[in-house]
Ligand binder design. Structure first.
Ligand code: 2AM
Ligand code: CA
Length: 267
């Protein structure tokens, strides 16, 4: 069983409340697939509604904390040392297409350090949580990163830049290099869930570029507390600032990072 701090209880309660709206709206999206206009506006509304619930619940429980949110941007609170980093709906494209692979992501930063992370898939009802020094958990079961040390046995997840996102040629070079070395490459469409899956040992490693802080902040805490490691795509620790991230166990995050650097030289 996991031992939560009161802050994690607050995060879990907020996520469950926002999830109820997303569950309802996802059911509706499945019906809207056949309408000509499509569910795009509806999904934007669902996203904003979920963020509003998270903002209200977290503000109520922790007055004064600052926020960084995908939709609402920065909200400066009176408490400058605490900040929530929130993505109310990570995996928007999946949600829009009726694919049940998306998540709410909430991280808590204290004095510039990520101290707690929650990633919740409301459809599978999988709640991934971690707090600094307390380990990582999936629905109250302890999780650890996988122990595989050879890339040739590793299943590696990634994100592919779509229309309007930068780095298409660079990604092609990365994939061209990585796919020759690994047991399989997967692309699920939610960075937060990708990181949670690495923390749970389902994926052996993961990389992606051009992410936003709210895509990865909670996942980073999960990875570290599951015994794993993260770096940016240059091997440093500027993940949130650079938007690039590589994750895995102590051996694989380094091997994958080296492979990506090799690919970048050839690109
Ligand atoms: P989203 O679903 O909240 O948009 C998929 O490759 C991952 O990239 C998802 O976590 C997705 O988050 C994120 N993503 C998509 N477009 C993005 C953008 N323009 N900037 C940052 N992250 C993005
Ligand atoms: Ca996102």
């Amino acid at each position: 069983m996991s031992r939560h701090t009161p802050s994690m209880s607050v995060m879990v309660a907020a996520a469950r409340k926002a999830a109820r709206g997303l569950q309802r709206d996802f059911g509706e999206v499945e019906n809207l697939q056949v309408s000509l206009k499509g569910p795009a506006n509806f999904v934007t509304a669902a996203d904003k509604k979920a963020e509003k619930v998270l903002f209200e619940e977290l503000s109520k429980a922790r007055p004064g904390y600052s926020f960084l949110m995908e939709e609402g941007g920065v909200v400066e609170g009176s408490d400058k040392s605490h900040r929530w980093i929130i993505d109310p709906l990570d995996g928007t494209t999946n949600f829009l297409h009726g694919i049940p692979m998306f998540a709410i992501s909430i991280a808590l930063e204290r004095d510039g350090q990520l101290v707690a992370g929650l990633v919740y898939n409301p459809i599978s009802d999988e709640m991934f949580i971690a707090e600094k020094g307390q380990g990582a958990f999936l629905n109250d079961r302890r999780i650890r990163v996988a122990v595989r040390r050879d890339l040739a046995q590793a299943v590696v997840a990634t994100g592919i830049p779509h229309i309007g996102r930068p780095g298409h040629a660079r990604f092609s070079a990365e994939l061209g290099t990585v796919m020759n070395e690994v047991a399989g490459v997967r692309r699920m469409g939610s960075a937060a869930l990708d990181l949670a899956y690495v923390a749970a040992g389902r994926f052996d490693a993961y990389w992606e570029a051009a992410l936003a802080p709210w895509d990865m902040a909670a996942g980073i805490v999960l990875i570290r507390e599951a015994g794993g490691f993260v770096a940016d795509l240059k091997g440093g620790d500027a993940m949130l600032d650079s938007g690039g991230i590589v994750a895995g166990n102590d051996v694989l995050y380094r091997k994958l990072g080296d492979l990506l650097k090799k690919a970048h030289k050839q690109a």
